[in-house]
Design a protein around this ligand. Structure first.
Ligand code: NAP
Length: 273
């Protein structure tokens, strides 16, 4: 039996085991997907024993998406551009690192939400790992403008600099505040911060900034409706939480590991918890 799993700390909240185990079962693949909750002080030991444990593939989540790179034999072009890995394939070729977050986001956006970023004005809140993955994939689609805001303005500036170096985007800037994102003139607003996960979190944007012309995409999927999504829905905007991104990034990882087409309906059903 082949073993796969999700590496993180903490990780027990992850929905990935349900999704991948349902897919293995549906395709009659003799494999099991487990939780690997590994404390930072045990990470070296975990990678030393990886082969012996018979692990063939991993998803990687917080806080290891960047740290795992030092253990890998090679990186995909996307993982290099994003600077983070969320999928590892372990084979005779060694440990290969991929990043499927951005691809998962874009597939959900285009295939299910029928939104093409080409020529659009886009605002991104947050400039961490997820924002980087998402904005690299958006940049490939030639949007008209990308504005990025992060509480740490230097992080937003670094991401803007990185995108400018690698893509040709007519307008791109790091905003000094949420207001500076000019959301009222955007077609897509993305929340790529953890703000909204906790009941006590505020709505990350002021009410007046959301119009019914915008698609509001919150990468958070637990809770299913953050305060931002509730406000946007009430304003008549189109909304999406992060479950679609989770599904598609998982499908891409599954295909990298198994070489088989991921069973979308089965994996989607497993996420309906
Ligand atoms: P991260 O690396 O910690 O990045 C979050 C960024 O947001 C940090 O730079 C943080 O700054 C910034 N931030 C925090 N509060 C802010 C505020 N009020 N305004 C502006 N910026 C703020 O986290 P991540 O890995 O990118 O994940 C971000 C979110 O995406 C999480 O909720 C995660 O669960 C979700 N996610 C979803 C999927 C999916 O498949 N749906 C995949 C990946 C991630 P500081 O570091 O200074 O606090």
């Amino acid at each position: 039996m082949k073993i796969y799993g999700v590496l993180g700390y903490p990780v027990k909240h992850s929905l990935s085991p349900s999704m991948h185990n349902a897919a293995f079962k549906a395709l009659k693949i003799d494999a099991e997907y487990r939780f690997f909750e590994v404390a930072p002080s045990d990470l070296n030991k975990f990678f030393d024993a990886l082969m012996e444990k018979g692990i063939c593939g991993l998803n990687v989540t917080v806080p290891y998406k960047e740290r795992v790179i030092s253990f890998l034999s090679s990186l995909s072009e996307e993982a290099k551009l994003i600077g983070a890995v969320n999928t590892i394939k372990i084979s005779g070729k060694g440990l290969e690192g991929f990043n499927t977050d951005g691809e998962g986001f874009l597939k959900h956006l285009k295939e299910d939400l029928k939104f093409d970023p080409a020529g659009k004005n886009i605002a991104v809140i947050g400039a961490g790992g997820a924002a980087k993955a998402v904005s690299v994939y958006l940049s490939r689609r030639r949007p008209a403008r990308i504005s990025i805001y992060d509480v740490d303005i230097q992080k937003a500036k670094n991401l803007v600099h990185h995108l400018k170096e690698n893509f040709s985007i007519p307008k791109i800037n790091a905003a000094e505040s949420v207001e500076g994102l000019d959301i009222r003139h955007c077609e897509l607003l993305i929340n790529a911060t953890p703000v909204g996960m906790k009941e006590s979190d505020p709505c990350i944007v002021n009410e007046g900034l959301i119009t019914d012309k915008i698609l509001v995409y919150d990468l958070i999927y637990n809770p299913k409706e953050t305060k931002l999504l509730k406000l946007a829905r009430e304003k008549g905007a189109r909304v999406s939480n992060g479950l679609g991104m989770l599904l598609y990034q998982g499908m891409v990882s599954f295909e990298i590991w198994t070489g088989r087409k991921a069973p979308k309906a089965v994996m989607q059903d497993a996420l309906r918890v």
